[in-house]
Design a protein around this ligand. Sequence first.
Ligand code: F0G
Length: 463
Amino acid sequence: MTAAFQQCIWPDCGATYDVGQILTSCPECGSLLDVRYDWDRIAVPDSLSQFESRWSDRLDPLNFSGVWRFRELLNFADDEQIVTIGEGQTVLQKNDAVAALCQMKPSRLYLQYEGLNPSGSFKDNGMTAASTHARIVGAKITACASTGNTSASLAIYAGVSGLFRCIVFVGSGKIAYGKLSQALDYGARTLQIRGDFDDALARVREICANHPVYLCNSVNPFRLEGQKTIMYRILEGLGWEVPDWIVVPGGNLGNSSAFGKAFLELKQLGLIDRIPRLAIINAAGASTLDELVNEHGLLWNDGQTDRNAVGTFYTDMDSSGARASTLASAIEINRPVNLEKALRAIDACNGVVRSVSDQEIIDCRALIAAHGFGCEPASGATIAGVRLLREEGLIAADDRVACVLTGHQLKDPDLTVAYHTDNPELHAKKLHPAGVTQTPYANAPIVVDNDVDTIVAAMGLSD
Ligand code: F0G
């Protein structure tokens, strides 16, 4: 018998369900669900450092996985049920150059580059867990809505494991080509819905509620269990010391929710003595969380979140015709589905929420890339957020800050090339509509005639 169960996050309800049930909201009250554990029945190590011994036994695929080598902390599956493709081989790396750009002292800023996952984004941490649960419940068809990375991730797990088919829903014209190409390559049936991500998610949820299709978006509580391990690897990278800050971009708020849960559990288990602060960074063009928290004062409030305020906010959003719009297409989301879990995480982690403009996002993306960490625009928001919080004095120059870079540079090469090139048409098409009017870190390609002397001159040998 497993020691795991599902539980409604709303304290007034708190209904519990078996791990074998396929649920993405509480059947009693409609709230989100957590996966929870009867910890007394799990052999959790006495100290986090005990997980290190798994490194020496990496021929075992469960120890090789950067998710499942922490399996006692997401203990909902038997070993033989686990679906892994070697995800989570990511380690925390210090970057003093980026620290300097953020006015931070050396050795204080660290990057957790999740672009090195098999499908090139952090999503694989969650999808290995969702795929495992899909296997436990015998799902034959899986689906997700996606701004691109979730679909790439689900597609690779379905393709490689061969355990289930997958159908991905993406907003029409809303997906970066790097991501679309992955879903196609990995063999997913790919539906381009005429609408945006929120439309695609609403449709896929409707369909999964009425058909035998297993939903792999982050409303799936099992997915978020896998994403907790990003925090375990950050702690590991710091010799199991707790950083002062975790900084992460916020879209559907699955990561922020998972991170908060990870720290709450570690604290409850006595495996850490304090919880770091969490900074969630929205794009200014998709800033629902920022507005709700900072302008409307929305709080977790022990689970008594002001749901009417959220409802009114969304009604106003719809009636004014406002739609999310940002070059960081991964986080172009109007109604973050994990809102309440993210509020809980903010509460647990003394968190803050900020928004940064597309100009800041895209400049920071170029700067991080120039220092060796090619990432996609959403990750640029992380560093833009650190810079903002440094300016505000909230992050101190010698705080220890762990920044999550969520996706790989090659996910969205069109935007990178548009930034670097000095082609006015490309700028007008790709950058200006988002308010990006300057490209201070551009490195434009040089067109030269097919002639040695001209080429040598263009090589800058005499510069
Ligand atoms: N960064 C990247 C690269 C993403 O792909 C996403 C989400 C986020 C950040 C936001 O993470 O939702 O946990 O707050 N992408 C989703 C997708 C929505 O469909 O691939 P979050």
